[in-house]
Design a protein around this ligand. Structure first.
Ligand code: OFO
Length: 177
């Protein structure tokens, strides 16, 4: 069985992942209202990924015979001034999540729980890609400025993103193929 201090920290990370999902869903709804269907899609796929990240941590807690704590999920922001403001928010948010995961990995090491450390390191490494993606899109939006034609070109690229379950063999996640 996992130590209570680590189980609680994982419950808090589940909360952070589900908050992330909620935030991306709010951003996706905002993009829909702006007529940016590609951005809507990209952010919706991000919502799906974050949901699965939360569920995977949840399944891990159950596997380690610990009860999740179910902390309340905060209301996300629902409006932004521009597409670039959305992606600046994404970049800030992902940097925050990276810091949370680094703290969680440090705690797992301090508690000498090597299985949890290994488990959490998948998330730590995943953050490298997540931060890079947000940065790349934010930079493109910076270059695009007020050029609507180029914004629509980027939007068409963002429409191509599809959800791929990163944990296809985790049978404990119902409804995710
Ligand atoms: Fe869960 O990957 Fe970003 O936040």
């Amino acid at each position: 069985m996992i130590k209570p201090v680590l189980a609680d920290a994982i419950s808090k990370q589940i909360n952070a992942e589900l908050y992330s999902a909620y935030l991306y869903l709010a951003m996706s709804a905002w993009a829909d209202a702006q007529g940016l269907d590609g951005m809507k899609n990209w952010l919706y796929v991000q919502y799906q990924e974050e949901s699965v990240h939360g569920l995977h941590l949840y399944a891990y807690l159950l596997d380690r015979d610990a009860a999740p704590a179910f902390y309340p999920i905060e209301k996300p922001e629902t409006s932004w001034d521009s597409p670039i403001a959305v992606f600046e928010h994404v970049a800030r948010h992902e940097a925050h999540v990276t810091a949370l995961l680094n703290d969680l990995a440090t705690l797992a090491m301090q508690e000498k729980d090597h299985a949890t450390y290994q488990f959490v390191m998948w998330y730590v490494n995943e953050q490298v890609e997540e931060e890079a993606n947000a940065d790349k899109i934010g930079k493109r939006l910076g270059l695009i400025g007020d050029n609507k034609g180029q914004l629509l070109t980027l939007d068409a690229e963002l429409a191509a993103r599809t959800f791929v379950n990163p944990f296809p063999t985790t049978g404990a996640i119902p409804g995710v193929a």
